[in-house]
Design a protein around this ligand. Sequence first.
Ligand SMILES: Cc1ncc(COP(=O)(O)O)c(C=O)c1O
Length: 424
Amino acid sequence: MTLDYVNTQNGQLMIGHFTAKQLADRFGTPLYVIDEKYVRNQARLFKDSFTHPILSSEVIYASKAFLTLAMCKLIQEEGLSLDVVSGGELYTAYRANFDMSRVYFHGNNKSEEELRMAVEFNVGTIILDNESELDLLLPLLSQPQKVLLRVNPGIEAHTHEYIATTKNDSKFGLSTADPATLALIERLTREPMIDFSGLHAHIGSQIFEAESFYKEAETLIHFIFDHRIPVRELNLGGGFGVAYMLEDQPIYLSEFLGSLLEHIFLTLNSHSLPNMKIMIEPGRSIVANAGTTLYTVGSTKTTINHKNYVFVDGSMADHIRTVLYGAHYTALLANRVDDICDTKYTVTGKACESGDIIIKEAFLPTCEKGDILAVFSTGAYHYTMSSNYNRLPRPAVIFVHDDHVRIVVKRETYQDLIRNDIGE
Ligand SMILES: Cc1ncc(COP(=O)(O)O)c(C=O)c1O
């Protein structure tokens, strides 16, 4: 038994109409494979479910999860908007001809150069994180700029629980409990070159508890009501959890998203507040489960304490979340999926770090040189978090759609690695 989005046939892992082995043979490993159909279906699920008969709504893809030119095009084709957090993400969207009026520019320390770029590109909305960003932005404006303010409602949610706290030490946004936040909102409503449209919050990641989002929305609506804040738009951020492991139970989005909007609608009504546009910013939940990383097994090792390692041709440089967050993953031998998984392995790579662990404990058949190991749910925060540690070239990224496959990011070469070095 494995994750429900994993397809196998005749002992082989299938991605679209291809066996993983075919993809590995053709494109080499390590390889990031994205099932494009899965991404499009997730985008449609969000777009179709996050709707309400009266409230208007918008789904904004959080591009930090996975971004390339091809992904921007896909997101535009599916009718979602785009959240970017840096000049680099903004530039990628621009070069992909993404509709800039649908771009939301985030970040807690935007530089003057990045803000200038956003203004020149006519970015639809800038999400201010603090007052100094406002001071940087104002001199750059020649026409009113729509902005949201990122606030911190004092709710932190992770996986199964949320905590409500007024002691907010997050580096992002301004606390709703801090009087200075209200003073800044007041200023925003008075600045002639600022079109203050509302508030943004993001309460965490990999959230499995629907209650956290209801709580977030209610808290923000109470804040808006208590202080008579003129809000046309309310952006609730992302954070919808996905299944990395069999026991993970994500929120059932197709029911939840509409219910959340209805709850917001009723809460606004009960406070006699006008209807406002509600936005969400899913990243991981659009793309994580669409991604599989394929590695080739190099060798194995059993220590004198009977610990088994399987060495693959990737590393923490293409898979950082295990060492960074202690994240858990599911893996299979893609070319032998029906073989009995009777050996406990630690899956590790080529990087010179003891912490170079891809999966701490994976039950697999006895691995042999040349086997293809597939690690699932690597579509989000993998390619975007990859590095060149140990001068390991980044893997290629391919999109598979049924019987179509295309490279969307070329594999890096050794030449790429020294491209910016000076002094031959
Ligand atoms: C402001 C904001 N919006 C959206 C997201 C996307 O979160 P997720 O990928 O968990 O949906 C993040 C993630 O860090 C974020 O900081």
